[in-house]
Design a protein around this ligand. Sequence first.
Ligand code: CFM
Length: 541
Amino acid sequence: MAINEKILDEILNKYPAKVKRSRKKHILIKDDALDQQEIEANTRTIPGIMTNRGCAYAGCKGVVLGPLKDMVHIVHGPIGCGYYAWMTRRNKAISEDPEKNFLSYCVSTDMQESDIVFGGEKKLARMIDEVVEIFKPNAITISATCPVGLIGDDIQSVAREAEKKHGLNITAYNCEGYKGVSQSAGHHIANNGLMENVVGLGDWEEPPGKYTINILGEYNIGGDGWEVERVLKQIGYHIQAVMTGNGSYEDLKNAHVVQLNLVQCHRSINYIASMLETRYGTPWLKVNFIGIHSTMESLRNMALYFGDGDLIRRTEAVIAKELAEIEPLMEPYRKICAGKTTFCFVGGSRGHHYQGLYEELGIETVLAGYEFAHRDDYEGRQVLPDIKSDADSKNIPDLHVAPDERRFRLKVSPEKMEELKEKIPLSHYGGMNINMKDGSIIVDDLNHYETEEFIKILKPDIFSSGIKDKYIPQKMGIPAKQLHNYDYSGPYAGFRGAVNFARDVAMSFATPTWNYIVPPWKGTPLLEGSIELCASGGCFK
Ligand code: CFM
């Protein structure tokens, strides 16, 4: 059954009137007849609603800073916050120097009651000394969790003092969990910090290769970044820095030299992409390495940007070789998946990125959304000037970035830039909505109640989820494909990743497990009552 305005209203009628008004603005029924459909996003979750969102600390330390492998990331706060950022995201890393990969450690100041009462600055300073002595990292970050902001520890000055004492890059991030409405605020804080404190510190003036690029917003979940790099290197690209999957402080320092920045996850890294363009004159290209067609399109767009005949030929040769390898492997899985439907609800990018891959398996996305994305991730960056800032978004200031006097170089002339923009998404992201089918549902910050209601009506065959929401569909007898850390699987990116994804999704459909689950409502009658004879005994006539 499709969802129309009336059915949507019935779902939302369970809410108090004020909540209904608010939630209604976060849900769209895609209507191809309309040019643009506005959605509300990046606003506070209503108290009492079971959201799947995370916090600013999760976005800063957990998402953007955490994958940088040669730095020690200190979590200043009680131990729980540190523990839950300890490799649960599966941002894999390998280091040529095994002594310079610290991702398997959880380094926290483990604040206790006495630290909350008397302050934790001294403990933090002692911890930095210890970290330098034990690990000798290339740099250190300090991420603050909620109580640190509440008691007012000055982590910035602790970092400055420690930097002088140890002669090491030590930077502090005031990313207390409450700093924003979701982890998105933390992305912004981390983007600002990396641009202020790391990018450009290196002394390189020229790119080391003919086609040198950075990959932004790729976090190497389950090895995704490695698959992307495998393909790009075959074509002949030199990858200077990945932000931040399998990334390093050393590579980031010289990230300013590249000729092009790729943006995989727009939501988490668009701030750095824009700042690199302003400061160094380097445009960014929106890519998507999830899905076979999206990967091919991204590779072709990259070749078009450089405009070199040789590179274009090599791109086509690699595409042909990769396709020949994977197509026969995809076929049996396609047979199992064809004709199925899915919900594609993930954090801030994947709700969009995975739709093409599902389509390649014959699976239609009937509902999609993001936990914490902004309007531009739904509607496209052209709406940026219309987005009203509020107290929450103003909490994280935009960094003022100016062209670097020595290093700013226009990589592409303004005329060429305009010409390219007609053909490829250069310094632009068109958002998810444009790719959604007429009549499909777009939901921002989908919650547990709405998840159940939409599943009951749309009955998807599979649900793309995170760790928090995967049990809802599973208890309803519907397989969940965990698209945040992939549970134990991956990579899903690029050509070979598409085969892994197809195998895992087909396996979800083929397993008999789901037949053993009876959703609660299937065993419960819709109406309950009893039959009694009336006094005259004539009621059954
Ligand atoms: Fe970007 Fe990400 Fe995502 Fe994200 Fe995240 Fe993530 Fe995500 Mo989980 S950076 S927005 S903050 S693609 S951890 S690797 S999967 S919610 S859709």
